[in-house]
Design a protein around this ligand. Structure first.
Ligand code: NAP
Length: 267
């Protein structure tokens, strides 16, 4: 029996266990996916302990994504992003750290017919999700502008991402006029029916990904659909970061449709 899991605090609301266990059932794997909630200071001990207990793989979520980096051998992308959301214990050396949020965002957009290479992309938000998405888009050939409430954080992130620019939220309207892709990587829209982007800055040539997945249909996505933009909800990103983690851990093609069905049934 292989044990996979999630390290976070809190993790009670996580949608990952049923999504991953659907994949194990579909492929007939003897595996379980469980959640762990270590105290914030115990992340190093949790990773070392998981390795000793021969846990096969762990996802990592808030508040541990940055701190976990210090307790694993990060791959090049995770090291640049500065955060790990997937740990693989299968090698003989130290556990390796990966960031599948970046690929999750790219696969979500591509799955909706969006071309990333050569696109002008605006990422709103410069926290953990914003960092991963900005690096992912730039690596895939987009020109990235990061816009953030705290402009200095947007500038700091943009300085690390190839050919990127950092701006404040007040610049969104002119930035979006020329943009092809917009990603909301803030938490705005989760707690309240609000959008970080003025509705009249949106247009029909945009593809809009909202990383927020609760609710699925955010104010931003409603505004974007109203002007004829392509809309991609945050459950796609959540799905594909999980698909990437599953494939990295098992070396198998994930049963994407079944995982998607299980995920959406919970939302
Ligand atoms: P985080 O590191 O805490 O960053 C939060 C970001 O939101 C910061 O840029 C912050 O700006 C901005 N923000 C917060 N409140 C705001 C407001 N009222 N107005 C404007 N900007 C505001 O969080 P995170 O981990 O990046 O997560 C961000 C969102 O992405 C969450 O909703 C999370 O659920 C979602 N997410 C989804 C997936 C997925 O797979 N779908 C994966 C990861 C994250 P300041 O810097 O100015 O504070």
């Amino acid at each position: 029996m292989d044990v996979f899991g999630l390290l976070g605090n809190p993790v009670g609301h996580s949608l990952s266990p049923p999504m991953h266990e659907t994949a194990y059932d579909e492929l007939g794997l003897e595996a379980r996916y469980v959640t762990f909630e270590p105290e914030p200071d115990d992340i190093g001990a949790a990773i070392t302990g998981a390795d000793a207990l021969e846990i096969a793989g762990l996802n990592v979520t808030i508040p541990f994504k940055q701190a976990a980096l210090e307790h694993v051998e990060p791959d090049e992308l995770a090291a640049r992003i500065g955060a790990v959301n997937t740990i693989d214990f299968s090698g003989s050396g130290p556990p390796t750290g990966h960031n599948t949020d970046a690929v999750g965002a790219l696969r979500s957009l591509r799955n909706h017919g969006v071309t990333i290479e050569g696109a002008r992309a605006v990422v709103v938000g410069a926290g953990g999700a914003g960092r991963a998405i900005a690096f992912g888009l730039a690596d895939a050939g987009a020109t990235v502008t990061v816009a953030n409430r705290t402009e200095s954080k947007a500038r700091d992130l943009a300085a690390a991402v190839p050919d990127a620019t950092g701006r404040g939220l007040e610049d969104l309207e002119p930035l979006l006029a020329d943009a092809d892709v917009l990603v909301n990587a803030t938490s705005v829209g989760m707690e309240e029916d609000a959008s970080p982007v003025p509705a009249d800055a949106l247009h029909g040539d945009l593809a809009v990904l909202d990383a927020v997945y609760q609710p699925l249909e955010t104010r931003l996505l409603r505004d974007a659909a109203a002007v004829g933009a392509t809309t991609v909800d945050g459950a796609w990103m959540l799905l594909y970061q999980g698909v990437e983690a599953f494939e990295l851990w098992t070396g198998l093609d994930a049963p994407v449709e079944a995982m998607n069905e299980t995920l959406r049934a919970q939302l």
